[in-house]
Design a binder for this molecule. Structure first.
Ligand code: NAD
Length: 455
């Protein structure tokens, strides 16, 4: 597998991919390592993960460079991701012992005790995306390892070098070689992994792949968890500070070049402030610094995958053919690398793909609405259900609107935000199951019910 830098199309490295046989051999090793790792005291497992955190912190500069080189993520955003990883690890370290505690449910009858204990699922297949490899990867492999599972980790083919770095640091920190195993390759290798009788499949990626994976593992009766795409809406009410809301939403839509599962992908604005909001928002976007992702001041780098440019071009063409107005952007930037102009489209409707299909790039549609009911109807008019937000001064109004929205995470006056303490759980085409929060630790465990009667 040859890896290229999406910022300049330069060749970076050739990586040897796994094969059907090597995947199967790694699975057998992960299975054999399970009981020893599970019996390793939690304290020891926590020490190892703490050491991993320390090593990542020491290596954060070169790790950020590796990430930027292979994905085109601006270097400041790569550093932010690594900083965020520290907080996630801290959360898992602080919560796991509590989650693993046995529960005595009943001791009503003197001689009968009922209790619940928790055991690891077993061998976890972790198939991951490239857009935030440290976040989406660690949401799975850190709690999985802490709770005593072994992990077969397949990073995305677009974040392979980062996957290799994660693997190296986990082993250096003390995770045994057979407890965390790297599987390298693209979708076909992922499929080989799914043919094996793993005990849990934890996938982050697109709806199309997630659906396929769910169908593939159904016959094994294996637990599957899917964290998929989004078409995340935000409604801007008429009572906001327009400048503050526009700045926040421009960042929410264009951070990481719009390649976040929870990027703002649709904006609905109350008609009374629509023109002023659109003007202010567009000014924000015009000020973005586009260029070499290795430069500290760059905010917009290249897209990670060249093929996404075709998706953006098709969405823009479709929207314009149906009456949308292209305010700024709309085309590839003519230079080496996968650069695309930040794009703002207005006069959009829900007949247009740009308001229905995940764009996953630097493009946003803004639509005028007359009131809260119209905004709610439009926000819910999608198959996805990852996040949604409302910007208003009125807390009750925000809560009332958000309680009617079909999404796993809702935001008042903020957006594009993930917290380790809250569950990350998409609905509909955005996925099933959850990571993060204590629920995102429990998900790597199975329950055992004990009925104990003294002789
Ligand atoms: P993708 O679906 O193309 O690939 C994801 C992973 O699946 C990769 O490792 C890939 O090699 C593997 N894969 C592809 N086909 C496979 C198959 N048939 N069998 C097994 N594995 C296979 O997605 P992507 O381009 O890497 O990521 C972008 C998508 O991920 C976007 O839709 C984004 O919204 C979503 N995402 C969601 C979250 C979330 O938390 N909900 C987080 C990050 C990204």
């Amino acid at each position: 597998m040859e890896i290229y830098n999406p910022a300049n199309d330069r060749y970076l490295i050739t990586i040897e991919e796994d094969t059907k046989d090597s995947v199967s051999e790694k699975f057998n090793r992960a299975k054999a390592a399970l009981s020893t790792w599970n019996q390793t005291p939690l304290k020891k497992r926590m020490e190892i993960i703490t050491q991993f955190k320390l090593l990542v912190d020491q290596e954060k500069e070169p790790l950020a460079e590796i990430l930027t080189n292979e994905t085109g993520k601006p270097i400041t955003q790569s550093k932010n991701e690594l900083k965020g990883l520290m907080g996630r690890i801290d959360f898992f370290l602080s919560e796991t012992a509590k989650v693993l505690e046995e529960e005595i449910v009943s001791e009503k009858e003197a001689l009968l005790c009922e209790k619940i204990s928790k055991e690891p699922l077993g061998v976890i297949a972790n198939i991951s995306a490239w857009n935030y490899p440290y976040f989406v990867g660690s949401n799975v492999f850190i709690p999985a390892l802490l709770t005593g599972n072994t992990v077969l980790y397949k990073p995305s083919e677009y974040a392979t070098c980062t996957g290799i770095a994660i693997n190296k640091l986990l082993h250096e920190a003390g995770v045994p070689e057979d407890v965390f195993l790297l599987i390298l390759g693209a979708g076909q290798i992922g499929e080989e992994l799914l043919k094996l009788t793993v005990d849990g499949v934890f996938f982050t990626g697109s709806y199309a792949t997630g659906k396929k994976i769910n169908e593939m593992v159904a016959s094994h009766l294996t637990k599957v968890q899917l964290e998929l795409g989004g078409k995340d809406p935000v409604y801007v009410c008429e009572d906001v500070n327009i400048k503050t809301a526009a700045a926040s939403l421009a960042d929410g839509a264009f951070y990481n070049n719009g390649q976040s599962c929870c990027s703002v992908e649709r904006i609905y604005v109350h008609e009374s402030i629509y023109d002023k909001f659109v003007e202010t928002f567009t000014d924000e976007v015009k000020n973005f610094v586009i260029g070499d992702p290795m430069r500290e001041k760059t905010y917009i780098g290249p897209l990670t995958r060249a093929r996404q440019i075709e998706v953006l071009e098709a969405q823009i063409k479709d929207a314009i053919s149906k009456g949308a107005k292209l305010l700024i952007g709309g085309k590839r930037i003519a230079q080496a690398g996968n650069y695309f102009e930040p794009t703002v489209i207005t006069e959009v409707t829900h007949e247009m793909w740009v308001m229905q299909e995940e764009s996953f790039g630097p493009i946003i549609g803004i639509q005028k609405v007359k009131d809260d009911s119209e905004a709610i109807a439009l926000m819910n008019d999608t198959e996805y259900g990852l996040t949604a937000g409302v910007y208003t001064q009125d807390e009750n109004r925000a809560k009332n609107i958000l309680s009617q929205i079909h999404a796993g995470s809702v935001y008042w006056n903020c957006c594009d935000r993930v917290s380790p303490t809250l569950p990350w759980a998409g609905r509909g085409h955005s996925g099933m199951g959850c990571t993060l929060s204590h629920y995102g630790i429990e998900t790597f465990l199975r329950l055992k019910a004990w009925h104990l009667k003294k002789p």
